[in-house]
Design a protein around this ligand. Structure first.
Ligand code: GUN
Length: 286
């Protein structure tokens, strides 16, 4: 039986810390941090994510600017908006919700966002700084993973950390961040042979594959820490992670639930990154 890593509670704490800093800025009559969120098209899941980001901004006291563009928006029009926001000294963070419509090259769009406003940390400069070990901000989901481990005083140094999934958004940066914390890191993917043997070696298992019930209890070792980044629908249409919760719960020492684990942490870390970007902007000559 595992201790549940309560992402909702930790996220509330992170947001309360940000809120405190914003309240202090307000009390001093200072400029308030601002996050600009761009949504292109009508993807319903993206609309929910964007709405939640706006809610989070309200909760911590940020100014949120929403740009909802029609699906026919051209790449040039989107790039022009990003250029405008890059040049706007009242905007600290810029996030373009993914996916963008097929006729737009998402890489070109993400590369256009100024690195000092790149609160998603998807720009190659942000990725490069993370790789080098000198990040200005950290990608929200893996940052949320590390933060929740820290909150429960789960030591990473010297532990066997197995990351399942090698996406640019989660798997790769999570591996870098665990390595930076002196974990011994293995990254698994769809071509990994004898996956269960590798996952069984994990003291800390981070799963980000996007397949319901992909990791079962017999694939983890007794006492493992299980961090489930997956956000899937099972056969009954119910929200679930990558890990079969009941069998993993029986064997793990700690486990994140889905929902209520990594998801709320991702949202909270976006608020923290926007606060960090604000700090960068306020400390530089303008
Ligand atoms: N779409 C799904 N997750 C994300 C995210 O973290 N950032 C952006 N920009 N788009 C997403």
């Amino acid at each position: 039986m595992a201790v549940i890593l309560d992402g909702k509670a930790v996220a509330a704490k992170v947001k309360a810390e940000v809120r405190e800093r914003v309240d202090a800025l307000k009390a001093e009559g200072k400029r308030i941090p601002c996050l600009a969120v761009i949504l292109v098209g009508e993807d319903p899941a993206s609309a929910v994510y964007v709405r939640n980001k706006k809610k989070d901004c309200e909760e911590v006291g940020f100014i949120s600017r929403g740009y909802t563009l029609p699906a026919e928006t051209t790449q040039d029009e989107l790039i022009s908006l990003i250029d405008e926001l890059n040049a706007d000294d009242t905007v600290d963070g810029i996030l373009c919700q993914l996916p963008v419509p097929k006729h737009i090259d998402s890489i070109a769009v993400l590369e256009r966002i100024a690195p000092d406003k790149d609160v998603d940390c998807f720009h190659p400069v942000s990725a490069g700084k993370l790789f080098r070990g000198t990040p200005a901000m950290l990608p929200c989901t893996p940052a949320g993973v590390i933060r929740i481990l820290d909150e429960y005083s789960i030591d990473i140094a010297g532990k066997n950390c197995v990351v399942v999934g090698r996406s640019n958004i989660v798997g790769k940066p999570a591996a870098m961040m665990l390595l930076d914390r002196n974990g011994t890191v293995t990254v698994c993917h769809s071509k990994t042979k004898c996956l269960a043997e590798v996952t069984k070696s994990a003291d800390i298992l981070v799963s980000a594959v996007g397949r319901a019930n992909f990791i079962t209890g017999d694939m983890i070792k007794d006492g493992a820490v299980v961090v489930d980044v997956g956000m899937n629908r099972n056969a009954e249409g119910k929200l679930c992670g990558d890990c079969d919760y009941s069998s993993c719960y029986e064997k793990a020492s700690y486990i994140t639930p889905v929902p209520g684990g990594v998801g709320p942490m991702t949202r909270a870390m976006l608020m923290e990154n926007t606060m960090t970007a604000y700090g960068i902007h306020e400390n530089e000559e303008r």
